[in-house]
Design a protein around this ligand. Sequence first.
Ligand code: NDP
Length: 260
Amino acid sequence: MSMRLQNKVAIITGASQGIGQNMAIHFANEGAKLCLISRREEALKEMVLELKLPQGKVLVLPLDVTDQSACDQAARACFAHFGGIDILVNNAGIYRSKPFMDHCTNDFKQLMDVNVYGAVHMVQACFEFLQKSSSARIINMASTAGKWGSKNQSAYNTSKHALVGLTRCLALEFATHAITVNAICPGFVQTAMLEELKSMASHSAGVSEDEFYLAALARIPLGRVMKPQEISSMAVYLASAESSGITGQSIHVDGGMVFS
Ligand code: NDP
């Protein structure tokens, strides 16, 4: 089987669990060298051991993506370690659910800090290195929440709409540098965040978690939540040479919930 990311160097943020962790496995299986980022160093190290990721091909860099200088240092450290950066996946994210009038400004700031400025920091940190790659890719983990409105999710949806907008703008600006920029818009994915979402969103809506979950499932034409590997498969495709003509897109992996 061909290794679609053979010797490509990929930075994945939010790699300690969930979608980012699953993506790390897929990218490693496709031959990529990995720089894994999240705040919890132990979680990242345990994961590398547990998943038996090839040690020589993995660099663990614990940091908070809201810290711009830490992102700058990480990009330099990754370049110094591997000699290049080809792929940046901005996957780190947080979720909140509250009715709009219960959100304080700080809720909006926190979501924007991680979900949007985290990506801004990483792109700015990596740009000079991505420019040196012959097939550079930026992949932003947005959401269907970046394409439609939802009740009790105004801060989260605002942050994901911003990430979709950023994706489109960067695709245009970076096209002359042969860097493609795309977003993935998952719907509901079976991770810890989904459990958090069920708990918070059902509370905001004043229904039980089961009622909330059944109503959510009823909105998915395929009738089920996505598995992390279904998101990872799209990420591998967007990171690979096969997607060379695709840029500025926000692609849904959501079981058919949203068409736009
Ligand atoms: P999880 O909550 O399972 O994982 C989130 C990851 O982000 C963790 O690895 C966490 O690691 C990291 N992270 C959070 N804040 C920071 C920060 N400030 N700096 C660095 N790393 C951070 O979420 P998922 O895997 O489900 O989600 C991944 C992405 O997919 C998110 O952007 C999310 O919005 C998006 N998404 C998820 C959906 C779902 O249903 N699960 C649906 C649509 C989109 P640590 O704690 O170690 O920092």
